[in-house]
Design a protein around this ligand. Structure first.
Ligand SMILES: Cc1ncc(COP(=O)(O)O)c(C=O)c1O
Length: 482
């Protein structure tokens, strides 16, 4: 059986990003609070022993993300309006218990909103249609179907198109992985990748550890398989706390663990390499396999593509799931799974579930990757999404009541918002819907009632032309909490 070999080579962030990160840490830890002045460029250059230019770049980076703002003739200040979500959620070990999931009509409604052109799409996490390279993909669909005439109309039996799998294996090198194409199976999006992983590892009644809050459709998927979940509160900084995972495993029989490691949906944060390694070590120690979702991994706002937990896995203990839904085209329904030691079992599951994924789209995306356009495309969408997320967060801070807390994503395009005094985000969903705005209410991201005071907004479709919708939402929150 083929297995993932670890060849982790540490990647170095540009110096200015490390400087920005240190300042960000000081803001998050309260050394500098909203409205405080941060050291001048000259001071910081002396304090950190870096060049003036490096500090200028670091401050520019933080300004783009609305962490600090410059005031003419005065210096740089921590952005007064942005209140971040606390770094560490409180861990209550008594709450580490498995729970049943109930099926949610709201999830179906939020997903269904996507098809309603009359709504402002802040609900489902869909990419900006202007950021999808439609013409290029169409061209490639056509040329590749002609070039591989017979192949394009036949089954691409699991594991799927070798051209595409080869490209994915190369892409994953940037995330620290040395995968061979033989270790990858093409799926219908990341959803099917996760579905196949769950079907392989769990049976009805089993318990799965997940991070909480979690992308709501996964909860529904897990529910449909009769699996119970044990929710571990996700830290907006370090992600899944390995100590909490270990405490849960000590207390309950756990079949598998699932985590969205990079640019989490909904929190937007990215686990550090250290946190990734610690989580993997705990799971290995207790022989609990990991399902890792890295769908947003290519959408970093900084220059660095984060590693995947899989890159630290030398024993095939983890299954890596991802897709092109956020970066290229969700409608192509193309994803993949690298299932480690479970390769053959997952291949069988794929075959019995739907035989194969469509061939023409596999050929088109393979050609897109081969032609070298992907990196260039990623560079531009990462920049655009970084800006949109910052601008939308800024608008939320401007129009929502004081005390509103906003996540500070490192990548992806979702914003997680905690609203003071609101307990029923469903009421907000209904009000917003009537005004033509779709949002994702917090309670669908968990089996518990912990997130009734939260909403998730899709920032991918932010533009000045929908500022009014954020202002409207703010007004509705004022009304609901009065
Ligand atoms: C974290 C995460 N995983 C998976 C998916 C679904 O991906 P796909 O469309 O590739 O099935 C989404 C979609 O929003 C997501 O946010």
């Amino acid at each position: 059986m083929l297995q993932q070999e670890s060849s982790h080579i540490s990647k170095k962030a540009p110096l200015y990003e490390s400087v920005a990160d240190r300042i960000l840490g000081m803001v998050d830890e309260g050394t500098f609070n909203p409205g405080d002045r941060v050291p001048s460029i000259r001071q910081l250059s002396q304090q950190f022993q870096v060049s003036i230019n490096t500090v200028k770049m670091a401050y520019g980076f933080l300004e783009d993300r609305r962490v600090i703002e410059s005031r003419p003739q005065s210096g740089y200040y921590v952005s007064a309006r942005l209140t971040a979500i606390p770094r560490e959620p409180k861990l209550d070990r008594r709450r580490l218990n498995p729970a049943e999931i109930t099926s949610s009509d709201v999830v179906v409604q939020v997903m269904g909103d996507v098809m309603n052109n009359n709504l402002i799409q802040f609900g489902a996490a869909i990419p900006d249609p202007n950021m999808i390279p439609v013409s290029k993909l169409n061209r490639m669909l056509s040329t590749e179907s002609r070039r591989f005439k017979e192949e394009s109309a036949g089954y691409a039996m699991p594991p799927g198109s070798i051209r595409l799998r080869t490209q994915i294996a190369r892409l994953m090198m940037r995330a620290g992985c040395t995968l061979s194409p033989e270790e990858i199976i093409i799926t219908n999006g990341a959803t099917e990748a996760v579905f196949l992983a769950l079907r392989t590892l769990c049976k009805p009644g089993d318990t799965l550890i997940i991070g909480s809050p979690i992308y709501f459709n996964f909860l529904q998927l897990i529910q449909s398989l009769g699996i119970r979940v044990l929710e571990i509160p996700m830290s907006p900084v370090d992600g899944m706390n390995p100590d909490a995972v270990e405490a849960a495993i000590d207390k309950h029989k756990v079949q598998a663990c699932m985590v969205i490691s990079n640019f989490n949906n909904p929190l937007g944060n990215c686990m550090s390499d250290h946190a990734k390694q610690r989580l993997l070590a705990v799971l290995k120690k207790h022989n609990v396999p990991l399902i890792e979702d890295d769908i947003n991994g290519d959408l970093s706002f900084s220059s660095q593509r984060p590693s995947v937990i899989k890159s630290f896995d030398t024993t095939g203990h983890s299954m890596l799931c991802s897709s092109f839904s956020k970066t290229l085209a969700p409608g192509y329904r193309l994803g993949w799974i690298a299932p480690g030691r479970y390769l053959n079992a997952v291949k069988r599951q794929k075959l019995v579930t739907n035989i194969a994924s469509p061939t023409p789209t596999q050929l088109a995306i393979a050609e897109f990757l081969i032609s070298g356009g992907y990196e260039h495309h990623l560079r531009s969408i990462r920049k655009v999404y970084g800006k949109k997320v910052a601008q939308m967060a800024d608008a939320v801070a401007q129009y929502f009541p004081q005390g509103t807390r906003i996540s500070r994503p490192d990548g992806g395009f979702t914003l997680w918002i905690e609203l003071p005094g609101l307990s029923d985000s469903m009421a907000l969903y209904n009000m917003a819907h009537q005004k033509g705005i779709s949002i994702a209410p917090g309670h669908i991201f968990s089996t518990s009632d912990r997130f009734g005071n939260c909403i998730r907004l899709n920032a991918a479709l932010w533009s000045e032309s929908v500022r009014w919708a954020v202002e409207e939402l703010g007004q509705m929150v004022y009304q609901l909490i009065k």
